[in-house]
Design a protein around this ligand. Sequence first.
Ligand code: FES
Length: 119
Amino acid sequence: MVFDTRPKVDVCVAQTGETYACATNESLLRGMLRLGRKGIPVGCVNGGCGVCKVRIVTGVVSALGPVSRAHVSAAEECDGVTLACRVAPTCAVTLEIAGKLHKPFSRAAGPTPAAPNQQ
Ligand code: FES
């Protein structure tokens, strides 16, 4: 049996409340996948699809590779947006899902209106 002794920090997905321990030398996405957790949408896991787009709410991350401008604009990057498969946490991180798949995680603005024949 091999034990993973790498230093780890907590990563919290704000929309779901899911928290997992991620090594400081693995991507936010790989750390989640290693533990079989869910929360961040998973695509190519290599920076090519943009599905794992997140915004870092608190904490600091370091780049593991380039983040394509096709998926994260300079303005978004200044707002803390990045790709979860391209950055590793350097301390505890809270993130929000920010890509096209963020809507399932968004809280509803109010109750869903009832269909006319149900009123
Ligand atoms: S999973 Fe495709 S860019 Fe991150």
